[in-house]
Ligand binder design. Structure first.
Ligand SMILES: *Cc1c(COP(=O)(O)O)cnc(C)c1O
Length: 382
């Protein structure tokens, strides 16, 4: 038997409390038993998103909510900005393309964070820009974009600010309302400790106003109808009832831990991981602003990142992730988000050490694990 450890940047491990809740007998989504579950999850989700606005719950993967951000607020021919610093930035551009929305990209070199002044300049050049699309955490590079700073340059402008926070929600402190985020997108299988299948979308009043003029085709993701249904603790179509019950359990856990403490825990885990990477003689991929959700690590000279990823899984049972596109073979990525603690980092670091040693890379076993332990010990002492 090979014991498995899921340390990928989505899906992430699901805690027993959540699994148990989802083991409940099936209930009917139009029957009264569903109402309190939905209502509780709905209210807790608003709290998590730090917003007074409605947060819609969609039965879809995260990309479903991203799609809804485009075809519910914009029309063919509208001009938008996309911050593109990796695979997920690119996804915004592709979705816009599917709905004939015209994209100007703010290109960000992979591994860098967007410069807010570049967004400001693009907005000044074209005041008709209707929306700015960005990631909070660009999962392909492991970079966190400064949502607050970019929100600051959009404030007072016509454009909506849409943030894909799928891999950042319940990890990084994201103040939806205070930072002027009109559309905040979340997904179930990352920081929220759930299986894949739900997407979340908070919508500001400014966005609802813009929605009135949208002429894009839509059927399944009709947010105006979802908003009406939400008021009655319902969804337009059959929702993933089981996942919504699990969502309420996951949010209850987050509530019990405390939002600040959840963010602080992720900062500690990421800090220890980065320390261990340095101590192993390796480098993280981001040149700046590394996220607390996952760490992208450069495959050392003479090794193949895909081989590292494969050996981690096949020999040690650790499912991490490889690099995508231009980073294929160059990096591997390890997550520490959601249901993650000290020994997930220790496990990952130990498996990386053994994998690299096995590949003939010069490395002292225990160097990374020791550094991670020291980081954790310092954190608990302070
Ligand atoms: C995981 C992820 C997504 C969503 O992908 P789905 O497969 O559609 O759930 C989108 N954006 C980012 C930044 C992600 O990490």
């Amino acid at each position: 038997m090979l014991k498995r450890y899921l340390l990928a940047p989505g899906p992430t491990p699901v805690p027993p409390e959540v699994l148990l809740r989802m083991a409940m007998p099936a209930i009917h989504h139009r029957a009264p038993d569903f109402i309190p579950i939905f209502e509780s999850a709905k209210n807790r989700l608003k709290w998590l998103c730090q917003t007074g606005n409605d947060v819609l719950i969609l039965t879809a993967s995260g990309t479903g909510a991203m799609t809804a951000c485009v075809n519910n607020f914009l029309s063919p021919g509208d001009r938008v900005l996309v911050v593109n610093g990796g695979k997920f930035g690119e996804r915004w551009t592709k979705i816009c393309g599917a709905y004939a929305v015209s994209v100007e990209e703010v290109k960000v070199p992979w591994g860098r964070a967007v410069k807010p002044e570049d967004v400001a300049r693009a907005l000044e050049r074209d005041p008709e820009i209707k929306a700015v699309f960005m990631q909070a955490v660009e999962t392909s590079t492991g970079v966190y974009h400064d949502v607050e700073a970019v929100g600051g340059v959009i404030k007072g402008k016509k454009a909506l600010f849409a943030v894909d926070a799928i891999s950042a929600l319940a990890v990084h402190d994201l103040k939806t309302d205070a930072w002027g985020v009109d559309l905040m997108v979340g997904g179930s299988q990352k920081g929220l400790m759930l299986p894949p299948g739900l997407a979340f979308l908070s919508v500001s009043e400014k966005a609802w106003e813009m929605a009135k003029g949208s002429k894009s085709p839509r059927f399944y993701f009709n947010l105006k109808k979802e908003r009406e249904a939400l008021k009655k603790n319902q969804t337009n179509f059959t929702p993933a009832v089981t996942l919504i019950a699990g969502l309420d359990a996951a949010l209850e856990m987050i509530e019990r831990e405390g939002l600040r403490e959840v963010f602080a825990r992720h900062a500690r885990l990421a800090g220890a991981m980065r320390r261990a990477v340095g101590a192993m003689g390796l480098e993280i991929f981001p040149a700046e602003s590394p996220s607390n959700s996952l760490t992208a690590i450069k495959a050392p000279e003479g090794t193949d990142g895909q081989e590292i990823y494969k050996r981690l899984r096949e020999i040690y049972g650790v499912t991490a992730a490889g690099g995508q596109d231009q980073l294929r073979g160059k990096v591997f990525r390890v997550a520490h988000m959601g249901y993650a603690g000290v020994f997930d980092v220790i496990t990952a670091v130990s498996a990386i050490e053994m994998t690299l040693k096995g590949l003939g890379h010069p490395l002292r076993p225990g160097s990374g694990v020791g550094a991670a332990e020291e980081a954790f010990l310092e954190q608990t002492a302070s």
